[in-house]
Design a protein around this ligand. Sequence first.
Ligand code: HEM
Length: 549
Amino acid sequence: MSQSFSTSDVASHNSTESLWIIVDEDVYDLSKFQDEHPGGKKILQRVAGKDASKQFWKYHNEGILKKYKKQLQVGSLDTKAKQEEPPQQEEKKIVVKPSPEPGTVSAEPAQDGEEEFDVPLDTYGDLIPYADPNWYQSYYSPYFKQSHADLRDEVRKWVDEDIMPNVFEWDEQRKIPDEIYKAMGERGYLGGLLGGEYPTEFVKNTVKSVSPEKWDLFHEVLITDELSRAGSGGLVWNLIGGFGIGCPPVTRFGSKELKERIIPGILAGDKRICLAITEPDAGSDVANLTCEAKLTEDGKHYIVNGEKKWITNGVWADYFTTAVRTGGEGMNGISVLLIEREFGGVSTRKMDCQGVWSSGTTYVTFEDVKVPVGNLIGKHNKGFRVIMTNFNHERIGIIIQCIRFSRVCYEEAMKYANKRRTFGKRLYDHPVIRLKLAHMARQIEASWSWLENLIYQCQKMGEVEAMLKLGGAIAGLKAQSTTTFEFCAREASQIFGGLSYSRGGQGGKVERLYRDVRAYAIPGGSEEIMLDLSIRQAVRVHKSLGMKL
Ligand code: HEM
């Protein structure tokens, strides 16, 4: 913004016809906007021509300026322009290296040539304790390195500029613009969300800030985590929900021909895929599903008939990774088929749900759909294994999102508690409010540390060992993270009071996330089933390790 004004220039625009205000030394022309201002025009007219920074920050959060800046800012104060002149000499960066002191236990200083994770990364973000993982705040981490920091910056900038300011409207419209999904492909992110190595053979555009050979599961965690900062389960499920659970079975168990034909279009963001397992009558008890697929006499096709319910992204999907009954009762009669919408006989209807509004929750009907046998994923009647292998990846995605949503609730509440005053002091100055923040933070950090450890185990073990050994712990952490999310949404909402009861505005993220809680606590294995599995599965694994009870 090039124009510069003095305070008396601004003061002359103090009428309803020409209504300017100053916020943080930037000048805004609200003459036209006043009629559509959700807080009313009178309140703006009272500060016409004045510095309204204090009043502005009382009623809004930073998202508002990001959204309206382009439209309303006409310039800045001349005092700001002076401050922003570049310094004559670049400041020398001081690098602080830890040094051991006699008589204390402390970190050894990093030696030249040592692994990069022996030195903490630069600080990043707002530095509010517990609002980001602590490696953002210059704490040591054995997992996150410079390539993770580079990716973090790349994704965060995109989220802050193109996503965050619009999430409220998108959620209300129950749709994310197609170009945002397309950008997930163009930026190479879809290719990095398959729970393994970066699939260069299928991707034209790889991720800008990380080369494919450096890609690891912690990069994948980062994309999901940073997208979740937008504070909308609907957004995250729209962008990676159907894809993150529907695509990996194809890349892992699909035939070469099938993969070569469909995966490049999906990873480019041109085509969409979803996972169709749950039915009106079969949820966590997957082995009981009834959607049937009968082999034709010539053995060349399956004919599929049945219904699927609560299918994320189904309304927009070109492909449905679908669990079907091809044999007798129970888990040994299940297969997985890739059903393509263009085969015909596929109808989708959007469902109205409590939360994740922009995710496109769908009721799917298959009516005599003719599917070539080449679209079988895995083996005939051995689909249960395909589904089980997929569950760990799905649950880890849910865990990452829940922990970040918990952080968002905590962060929003912390910021608000520091500005809102009641009974003569800030909310933050009331011990009962700090107690709430502390209970949120301890659960967030405990969950995150367990997650980091499990991701590391997945990275080291490889797919099969991870599936066998980690299923119990991942299920336990899923329950831990969804209960943490529920707790944080509730406590943040109590701190915001009425502002998180109405939609939009300062408490808008918390209100939306509160509605999203059940979408995390139920799908992918309900909390009750997860907790039970976490013990049963772990005991079974440890028996085979030689456990002595
Ligand atoms: C750049 C100038 C401004 C813009 C773009 C703006 C925009 C908005 C928007 C979009 C809302 C809806 C709630 C939300 O999303 O947060 C809102 C609410 C409100 N605004 Fe503003 N506003 C501006 C300046 C001001 C100023 C200077 C004041 C006070 C002097 C003010 C007072 C309010 C009030 C009282 C509400 C209602 C808050 C509530 O419902 O709790 N606004 N504003």
